[in-house]
Design a protein around this ligand. Structure first.
Ligand code: B16
Ligand code: MG
Length: 221
């Protein structure tokens, strides 16, 4: 049987760092007189740091110099890292570790496909770094999700056909990227937001081994 590659997004899938991104962006935006809603925040999920700030500036109709742009990105990241530094294994989302172990026991490939430049540090903090065969993060790609570069790079590194890859994602941008790459897309989160996914679950506690076994066995042409 062909070995499948299970590609996990990080923020919002393995750990709930999405809430820390939200807090840090909100604080930064407010400091320059811009505000945005939780609904707008959905558009920041899965997209790069640069793209996120560009969106916030567009929402606030602000234009700033290149130098200020770099300064704001660094302020946001410093604030975000203050949350990350306090993370530990207790912040791994329910049943994620169990599913990683099961896929490992079933001898499947396991990869990370994240837009975050802080991905390795976060995995280290929650003690999951050694669970991944391959890590592709924001330092390895030039095109942000919904461009499928991050997932295709993981597939290439694992010598896997994209059709044999399964992506777990919490963002609409990430689901679109998986679909464009012809991978199986599994949304983790809200059914309405992620309706473009092949399957959607609220969280990993809803995913059982029967479902995983089906994905492992499935032959896609
Ligand atoms: P950083 P993911 C993404 O991670 C986040 O969802 C997104 O909100 C963030 O802007 C992006 O990483 C960049 O993160 O500032 O740490 O480089 O969901 O693709 O794992
Ligand atoms: Mg995410």
């Amino acid at each position: 049987m062909t070995k499948k590659a299970f590609i996990f997004d990080l923020d919002g899938v393995i750990v709930d760092t999405a809430k820390y991104h939200f807090l840090a962006w909100k604080k930064l935006a407010n400091s320059i007189g811009v505000d945005f809603t939780e609904v707008q925040n959905e558009q920041l999920k899965g997209v790069s740091r640069v793209k996120s700030l560009e969106k916030i500036l567009t929402w606030g109709k602000k234009s700033i110099s290149e130098e200020e742009f770099m300064e704001l990105m660094s302020l946001k990241n410093d604030d975000y890292l203050s949350y990350i530094n306090k993370m530990n294994e207790n912040e791994i989302l329910p049943d994620v570790a169990k599913i990683l172990d099961y896929l490992n026991d079933m001898n499947q490939h396991i990869a990370l496909g994240s837009a975050s430049k802080n991905a390795r540090m976060i995995l280290q903090k929650v003690n999951l770094l050694n669970k991944f065969d391959v890590i592709v993060d924001g330092n390895d790609v030039t095109k942000a999700k919904p461009n499928p570069e991050v997932f295709l790079k993981a597939a290439t590194l694992l010598h896997c056909n994209p059709k044999d890859c399964i992506v777990f994602e919490d963002s609409l941008a990430g689901i679109k990227a998986a679909n464009i790459a012809s991978m199986v897309s599994i949304g983790i989160g809200d059914k309405e937001t992620l309706k473009k996914a092949d399957y959607v679950f609220n969280d990993f506690t809803e995913i059982d081994t029967d479902f995983l076994n089906e994905l492992i066995k499935e032959k896609r042409t």
